[in-house]
Write a protein that binds this ligand. Structure first.
Ligand SMILES: Cc1cc2nc3c(=O)[nH]c(=O)nc-3n(C[C@H](O)[C@H](O)[C@H](O)COP(=O)(O)O)c2cc1C
Length: 434
């Protein structure tokens, strides 16, 4: 078996000692100017790009229950998060018609529990039966404006996520009124609240719950959605620009189909039909498991990252072999990112930012930091854990690949995404139990 660059951490004694000391010291609280500190102490530039916006660091909050009120966003900004994706809004037309209203479910109870991957690796998953935003669209718009404002001083971009109409198998038309009305109202808020002139990024959510729905029962229907929604959103926004991210989901059809989804978007979508960035990939679906009287639940944990990393590695290997067109869309990773090393595994497949939900909601005893909010506690581990943190693994990768010191995370990700730069025959690195 060939060795993998993530198998063992190679740091010099000075780096290891500095990291061990920082990990201890920052248990009491992260430095106020964390990115500057990391640049000065480790000559590492943590900045990156998300949806066309500069971000000071690559860690973001993935859309969900942890970004549905302004208080949460404000605390994340104080805690030093790089960016936040808000809870998914269910699109509506100007008369309030919502074809996806079955996703606007009010549910608050979440169960954070341990889960074992099929290879025996221990991890965490969150189980619940809710779906999208359940309050009114007007309330979402108000929240969106406040949330963007709450991020500005901390240079933390805050962006919306939306689930628009998706036709069922056999349903011919698209409800473009939902695309138009919802996108334009969101753009109005963005233009008022965001001080820059960059186009608003928006994530198109398909949600893993779709994996268990009759809407997603046919693979060709899914390919139709994936290849057509970007053009619909862009035309709905026109003449205003928008930066569209497709959040891929794990369908029930297995790995080969995941590759087909990525290839379809990359090879069939051109010009305004092509998304500006990809988010890969939302949770797995267990059709058998019952929770709170509902059969079929989405789940995460080690199987999610194993699946996502394997699909992305296969995609990159096919690109490298010249068998598929190289995908140039920037990639934001999601799925069981519970350590800097896990982020590094996604980085090696070309991801320039890392979106997290589950790791921001573990029981407090799972983090070494003993006070503060969960975002700060999680970031402390994600950056400074001497064996598993991002600082350690970026230093390691920089040495392994000979990257210049002035490369930021985005530049490293671009290097990894470039087909001619990839190492042939890499096997999958196992992610550690956490
Ligand atoms: C409780 C919960 C609610 C979520 N809600 C949404 C959502 O509204 N929209 C969305 O795109 N993803 C949603 N997600 C998926 C997350 O954004 C994320 O992509 C996924 O959980 C994988 O990341 P993780 O392994 O760090 O949890 C949700 C996840 C959880 C656990």
């Amino acid at each position: 078996m060939t060795s993998h660059v993530l198998d063992s951490l190679n740091l010099d004694a000075r780096e290891s000692a500095a990291l061990a000391a920082d990990y201890e010291r920052f248990r009491e609280g992260l430095p106020a100017r964390l990115e500057e500190y990391v640049r000065d102490s480790y000559r590492l530039d943590l900045s990156s790009e998300y949806g066309g916006l500069a971000v000071k660091n690559p860690f973001g909050k993935a859309s969900g229950q942890l970004s549905l009120n302004t208080g949460q966003v404000r605390r994340d900004a104080e805690d030093g998060l790089g960016f936040a994706v808000l809870k998914t809004i269910i699109a509506e037309d100007e008369r309030g018609g919502q074809s996806m209203s079955e996703w606007a479910v009010h549910e608050t109870r979440m169960l954070v529990e341990r889960i074992k991957g099929s290879d025996g690796t221990q991890g965490w998953t969150v189980t619940w039966k809710g779906r999208g935003w359940y309050d009114t669209f007007e309330k979402y718009l108000e929240f969106f404006g406040e949330a963007v404002g709450a991020g500005v001083a901390a240079r933390m971009p805050v962006v919306p996520s939306c689930k628009y109409h998706l036709p069922r198998p056999g349903e011919a038309g698209w409800k473009t009124g939902e695309y138009e009305y919802t996108t334009r109202r969101l753009l109005d808020v963005w233009e008022k609240s965001w001080p820059g002139r960059e186009p608003m990024p928006i994530e198109k959510d398909f949600s893993p719950t779709l994996a268990g729905s009759d809407r997603a029962a046919e693979s060709q229907t899914i390919i139709r959605w994936l290849t057509q929604v970007t053009g619909l959103i862009r035309r709905a926004a026109a003449p205003r620009p928008v930066s569209i991210g497709l959040k891929f989901f794990n369908a029930v059809f297995g790995e080969d189909f995941q590759l087909e989804m990525l290839r379809a978007v990359n090879e069939e979508c051109t010009g305004e039909e092509a998304p500006d960035f990809h988010v890969y990939a939302n949770r797995l679906f267990d059709a058998e498991r019952e929770f709170g009287g509902v059969r079929g639940v989405a789940y995460g944990g080690p199987d999610l990252s194993a699946r996502n990393l394997s699909v992305l590695a296969r995609l990159r290997a096919l690109e490298q072999a010249g068998e598929v067109k190289a995908c140039r869309a920037p990639l934001s990773a999601t799925g069981n990112i519970t350590s800097g090393r896990a982020a590094a595994a996604y980085l090696l497949r070309g991801a320039s930012t890392f979106q997290i939900h589950t790791y921001f909601q573990l029981p407090s005893r799972e983090y070494a930091m003993r006070s503060g909010g969960k975002t700060a506690r999680a970031l402390h581990e994600l950056y400074f854990n001497p064996e598993a943190g991002l600082v350690a693994w970026l230093l390691h990768l920089r040495r392994a690949f000979g990257w210049p010191e002035d490369w930021n995370v985005k530049r490293m990700a671009d290097f990894c995404a470039e087909p001619s730069n990839r190492v042939r025959g890499e096997r999958e690195p196992a992610l550690p139990a956490r």
